[in-house]
Design a protein around this ligand. Structure first.
Ligand code: PEP
Ligand code: MG
Length: 579
């Protein structure tokens, strides 16, 4: 049966391929013993997992009541009710607790033992309808295991074995999962959770593969190996399309590819507006292997190297020499063009290690520079590696999430310490290395002079600036619709940071997702921005827009936008900028 689901398109393009459902591997659980004194705690962990799934099902139910999405809403409502009943049944929610106590085993294993027993009973049931409920029982168990383990993730070995037209369908994917797709190609992915500027979505755009998040029900409704179409621009997923629809999307797909190819003609052109204003367009990268796409985009440097991706999908920390080689590789590859290495921004939706390392810190917690200052050894290793690589090109240091004067002082002290160590060891580095800071917390944007005084340059992280200004978790699909780069408060903060930095003669870049959104290019130019950093996949599109822009036309409209407080009027003015 063909049907359509709608979500949030976070990375454009069309993919046509076969579905591969993720998380079925989550029932391949570990078995380990729990010491007597920790049995109570393990039972509580199981209860917490069940409680979390109950909350998830409640949210799904609420969502279905208010949603107009998809053709399958009533089927889904029935399905959620069945899952609630299964979860609330004592054979499911109580029996594993007894098994934990009796067998002194971990919660996942207890659940698996109970599930095996339940499934064995199903095999004997004569009634076909009841026999069919076996899949539901298994899905509920998967949900609980995912809650206990913090999500069943991508298994690289399984991915490698799959064809390149594979489209991954998952409840959620972590940034650590998605970064694996750089080595194991997939055509597209869709998730039921997630937001527009979660790192999962950002990675999809940097991989230039179509992606949809916040589909809510795809993991339940799509079946393994089904033929599906993903339209990442419109946020549409079509299951088992008929021949006419298939032909239409094949055409759209080749048009999309053709337009992208045509853009390569402006790769070497200088990014100058019609009135002759020069604009710098830099690239954001996650790993040294991204250099090829940076070169293909004609970027004038790397404006943001998210170094934390060097720390993911591994059990240990990358040693100094390994980090040094990575930074040196990028510096040399860019042949003297600037390379801005952001120090470790771990926390929030990015955790050290792999996707199975448990939940990361909260977005308001021990993240980025806060984490580094709390872990001086890890910070020192990274600073030494960056400094040592600095003599192989134009490397600059960027500090994420600065908010207080104290952090600036401590950071400079840490850099001075690393320099002093290297001097004593006779190791060479660029003593005049530039040090900049991300402006991504509203407090930093408001108290900007404090930062401009100390930093060589600033980079506006609009993803977090929006998240913290509007109090919207960028990874949470339930509030994704409230995430608004055009909120007047956001625009006032961004424009005031750009203006103050320009007045003070401190170079300013925007490196958040707004910089790569071609609909916002002219607005940012109108605010005075002359330096953009974005994922390479969008760079030529933005360049095309710069080439077709005339600042004297833009400025009066940008000023009116800053004064507009009516959302419709504001959007109409942004649309006017783009005609
Ligand atoms: C930002 O917050 O805008 C940013 C560029 O950094 P990240 O997305 O990695 O948090
Ligand atoms: Mg950020």
């Amino acid at each position: 049966m063909s049907f359509t689901l709608h979500g949030l398109g976070v990375s454009g393009g069309i993919a046509i391929g076969h579905a591969h459902l993720l998380t079925s591997a989550s029932l391949e659980v570990d078995h380990y013993s729990i010491p007597e004194e920790f049995i109570g705690r393990e039972v509580r962990r199981f209860d917490k997992g069940v409680k979390q799934v109950r909350a998830e099902l409640d949210a799904l139910e609420r969502n279905l009541q208010t949603s107009q999405r998809g053709d399958a809403t009533s089927d889904m409502a029935a399905f959620v009710t069945v899952h609630r009943m299964i979860l609330d049944d004592a054979t499911f929610s109580d029996a594993p607790r007894e098994i934990i106590k009796r067998e002194a085993c971990n919660a996942e294993w207890a659940l698996k033992l109970q599930l095996d027993e339940l499934l064995a009973h199903f095999a004997e049931v004569q009634d076909e309808y009841l026999r069919e409920r076996k899949t539901d029982v298994r899905q509920v168990a998967e949900r609980v295991v995912a809650a206990l383990t913090g999500q069943g993730g991508v298994v690289p070995e399984k991915l490698r074995a799959r064809a390149e037209d594979t489209i991954l369908v998952a409840r959620d994917l972590s940034p650590a999962d998605v970064i694996l797709f750089k080595d194991h190609k997939v055509a597209a992915f869709v998730t039921d959770l997630g937001g527009q500027t979660s790192h999962t979505a950002i990675l999809a755009r940097s991989l230039a593969i179509p992606a949809i998040v916040a589909l809510h029900t795809s993991r339940e409704l799509v079946r393994e190996d089904e033929l599906i179409i993903i339209d990442g621009t419109q946020g549409v997923l079509i299951v088992e399309p008929d021949e006419t629809v298939l032909a239409e999307y094949r055409l759209k797909q080749s048009q999309w590819k053709l337009e992208r190819q045509k853009l390569s003609r402006i790769k070497t052109a200088a990014a100058d507006t019609l009135d002759g204003t020069h604009v710098e367009l830099h690239a954001n990268i996650e790993l040294p292997g991204d250099l090829d796409s940076v070169k293909a985009s004609g970027a004038s440097g790397v404006g943001l190297f998210r170094s934390e991706f060097l720390f993911m999908n591994r059990k240990d920390l990358p040693p100094e020499d390994e980090q040094f080689e990575a930074y040196k590789h990028v510096a040399e590859g860019m042949k003297g063009k600037p390379v801005v290495v952001r120090t470790l921004d771990i926390g929030a939706d990015k955790s050290l290690g792999g996707p199975d390392q448990g939940p990361a810190h909260s977005a308001l917690g021990l993240r980025a520079i806060r984490y580094c200052l709390a872990e001086p050894q890890i910070f020192n290793t990274q600073l030494r590696a960056i400094l040592r690589a600095s003599r192989f090109g134009d490397i600059r240091i960027l500090i994420p999430m600065l908010v207080s004067a104290n952090e600036i002082t401590q950071t400079f002290a840490a850099i001075a310490r690393a320099k002093e160590q290297l001097k004593q060891e006779g190791k060479k580095f660029n003593d005049n290395i530039l040090v900049g800071g991300m402006i991504e917390i509203p407090a930093a944007a408001i108290a900007l002079p404090m930062f401009l005084k100390h930093l060589d340059f600033i980079s506006i992280g609009t993803n977090d600036l929006i998240q913290y200004t509007l109090a919207i978790d960028r990874t949470d699909d339930t509030v994704a619709h409230l995430y608004d780069p055009l909120h007047p408060a956001v625009l006032l903060l961004i424009s005031s940071v750009i203006r103050q930095a320009n007045d003070a003669g401190v170079p300013v870049t925007v490196c958040g997702e707004m910089a790569g959104d071609v609909q916002l290019t002219r607005l940012l130019l109108g605010f005075g921005l002359r330096d953009f950093s974005m994922h390479p996949a969008n760079l030529l599109l933005v360049k095309q827009r710069v080439l077709m822009s005339n600042l004297p036309d833009i400025l009066p409209i940008a000023n009116r936008i800053l004064k507009a407080d009516d959302p419709d009027k504001l959007r109409a003015l942004v649309a006017k900028l783009n005609v």
